[in-house]
Design a protein around this ligand. Structure first.
Ligand code: CTP
Length: 403
């Protein structure tokens, strides 16, 4: 079983790392906790020793005969720093080595994940952002903080993601170490969920997309070192940790966000199901039943095709653009025939084809698909977890980014 170093920096969120530690140890991982001195003001060494079953030290001048400042880092398969404060991020970015954790970060040659937690102002400060960019450029996975209640009465971006979410990122990173972290330094934009088109304040036209596949792609991309933005339309599942999340409702909202983000993305993956039509007009007051029994006539107009617009507006070869096709076969053509025609129509680089006959694909945890490339490639991804399909899509994206 892999060895994990859990670095704990001096933030109030360090109490949540006790839960993270339990998740690791209960799964059988061998965990060495390396707290910073200031973090011991929040959670004491006794807690870490009891939960990890190992002695814990913050300084390099204890047990010097065991050379802990080299041994711990070199023996690790993964280092997770949670919470990562602005201070530890700055020290790591500049290669300081004034305690055991910073020494460990310099000696570790394994993947490193930082889960930042701090006030919004500190996170957004240009110094922190520059340090985060330095770490990411070096291949460190710095996941995005969550948005929510902070230490005081304030709310904003800077919360430590839930321990279970950090745990999921860590497992994906351990899983993906052989994928050579091929998306480090890349920005991947994914759309997820299904858009809604409102008729009146309470009713809408929508669809069954849950957002699971889009989030699974995002999770896989995080594990491969990418910076990930997900534009999520009415998703019904929890977003993974570490993504930048932009919530939208309608196809027009989704369109605006995707077109703006595509200008600086390396890849855009349209996993969302945008509503193809919207009511021609929106009624401000709830539409009432009529006494004469007549039913309302709803006129629909077509929504813009975001994927087609993304292709039409891209500069040169970037971003790599991936579309999805939910298809059913019929008497005129097979699922793949329909999909090939769609790939041609949409003009994207890759089309992920789901056979949705008999309710498959929607709201399920597992999926199977065929990846059709504009270059003529055809890859069948067998039935399996959506994260595996996410990795298969990203394999194809990474290949195209390298061309
Ligand atoms: N898509 C989009 N904008 C739309 C509709 C769809 O960008 N208004 C994208 C989806 O996100 C998906 C791809 O286009 O990546 C294919 O979606 P699908 O619904 O299968 O295609 P349609 O163009 O709606 O084709 P069909 O005529 O089969 O419904």
């Amino acid at each position: 079983m892999s060895s994990i170093v859990l670095g704990v920096a001096g933030g109030i969120a360090s109490y949540k790392s006790a839960e993270l530690l339990r998740l690791f140890t209960e799964s059988g991982y061998d965990v060495t906790v390396v707290p910073t001195r200031s973090s011991l003001n929040f959670v004491g060494a006794a807690t870490w020793e009891a939960l990890s079953g190992k002695p814990v030290q913050a300084d390099v001048f204890e047990h010097v005969d065991e050379v802990p400042h080299v041994r711990i880092g070199k023996g690790a398969d993964l280092v997770v720093v949670a919470p990562a404060t602005a201070n530890i991020i700055a020290k790591a970015a500049h290669g300081l080595a004034d305690d055991l954790l910073t020494n460990t970060l310099l000696t570790a040659r394994c993947p490193v994940v930082f889960a930042p937690a701090m006030h919004t102002e500190m996170w957004e400060h240009p110094a922190t952002q520059a340090n985060v960019a330095t770490l990411r450029a070096r291949g460190v996975i710095v996941i995005e903080p969550a948005v929510g209640r902070l230490t005081g009465a304030d709310t904003g971006k800077g919360r430590l993601p839930d321990p279970a979410q950090i745990y999921a990122v860590a497992l994906n990173v351990l899983d993906g170490t052989d994928r050579a972290r091929d998306l480090v330094g890349r920005h991947i934009v994914v759309s997820a969920g299904g858009t809604r088109e409102f008729l009146d304040p309470v009713r809408f036209l929508g669809n069954r997309s849950s957002g699971k596949q889009g989030f699974a792609i995002a999770e896989a991309a995080i594990a491969r070192g990418a910076r990930v933005t997900v534009v999520a339309a009415n998703v019904t599942v929890e977003p993974p940790a570490g993504i930048d999340l932009v919530r939208v409702v309608s196809t027009e909202d989704l369109r605006q966000q995707m077109l703006a983000l595509a200008t600086e993305a390396d890849a855009v993956i349209m996993a969302a199901a945008p509503a193809d039509f919207r009511p021609a007009s929106y009624v401000d007051a709830k539409i009432k039943k009529r006494a004469d029994g007549q039913t309302p006539q709803i006129h629909l107009v077509e929504n813009p095709d975001i994927l087609v617009e993304l292709v039409a507006t891209r500069a040169h070869k970037l971003p790599v653009i991936v579309g999805f096709a939910a298809e059913t076969g019929d008497e005129t053509a097979s699922v793949l025939d329909h999909a090939r025609a769609k790939l041609e129509r949409k003009g994207c680089d890759l089309l992920v084809v789901n056979d949705v006959g008999s309710g498959r694909a929607f709201d399920q945890s597992d999926n199977e698909a065929v990846l059709l490339g504009a270059d003529g490639s055809v890859d069948h991804v067998p039935f399996g977890p959506k994260i595996a399909l996410g990795h298969a899509i990203l394999d194809a994206v990474a290949q195209r980014l390298d061309r």
